[in-house]
Design a protein around this ligand. Structure first.
Ligand code: ATP
Ligand code: DNN
Ligand code: MG
Length: 209
């Protein structure tokens, strides 16, 4: 498994938690190319490193970090800057296996002409879609899977995070013909519960696409 790109149907759906589970299960390094929200303490890299206990050589700094908790396009503008794929791609770590986490969902703007999906296409890694498990997720998840596939990328699987909703998992799996894993609500998100989550599922199945 060389690398996976973890995207989501939204911000706050559990991409970082699932990225950590994948790192723990696969012994992978982690990279968040674009981090926004630093002023609010958002630091997905530190969170994954803490949860997984990543070794220093498995932790890679984002290409850009912005204070404002918005899409990279706006967060960069508020910092008086702009950002493009050309700024990001040279920072791609050589380490493998590698988990790459996007910011928000697939059409989040990086600038006026580029989105997260353009970053995903440039990297060309199989994609894991993280979504909430609850009502409304079927539409969001099928839209995201369709957008990823229409761009010519492979969807390694979908992870539904939250209370078990077997009907939603079944509907997504059937309508998108995709592998679906369910991640329950963790009462606490700690290194111990993360390790348990990493053992609970066949995460490696996502890398056997
Ligand atoms: N299954 C779960 N059980 C318990 N807590 C969860 C679960 N999924 C997500 N969370 C919590 O919800 C919050 C948002 O999740 P997370 O940070 O992983 O979202 P994200 O999709 O990575 O967001 P961003 O777009 O900011 O990167 C975090 O506090 C996380 O620990
Ligand atoms: C700050 C936040 N946690 C994310 N890093 C950025 C999410 C941008 C989402 C933009 C949108 O889809 O409306
Ligand atoms: Mg995150």
């Amino acid at each position: 498994m060389p690398a996976l790109f973890v995207t989501g149907t939204d911000t706050g759906v559990g991409k970082t938690l699932i990225s950590a589970a994948l790192c723990a299960a696969l012994g992978a390094a982690y990279w968040k190319p674009l981090q926004t929200g630093a002023a609010d303490g958002d630091n997905d890299t530190a969170e994954v490193a803490r949860l997984v206990g990543l070794r220093p050589e498995q932790v890679f700094a984002p290409a850009r970090v912005y204070a404002d908790p918005s899409a990279p396009e706006r967060a960069a503008a508020l910092a008086g800057q702009s950002v493009s794929l050309a700024d990001v791609l040279p920072h791609l770590p050589a380490a493998r296996p590698l988990i790459v986490e996007g910011a928000g969902g697939v059409l989040v703007p990086i600038n006026a002409h580029e989105t997260m999906l353009d970053l995903m296409a440039a990297l060309a890694f199989p994609v894991v879609v993280v979504a909430r498990s609850t009502l409304g997720t079927i539409n969001h998840t099928l839209l995201t899977v369709r957008a990823v596939r229409e761009r010519g990328l492979a969807v390694a699987g979908v992870v539904l995070s939250g209370p078990p909703m077997p009907h939603n998992a079944e509907a997504v799996a059937r309508h998108a013909a995709v592998r679906v894993l369910e991640c329950p609500v963790l009462a606490q998100v700690t290194p111990q519960t993360l390790q348990a989550l990493a053992r609970q599922h066949d995460w490696a199945a996502l890398s056997r696409i």
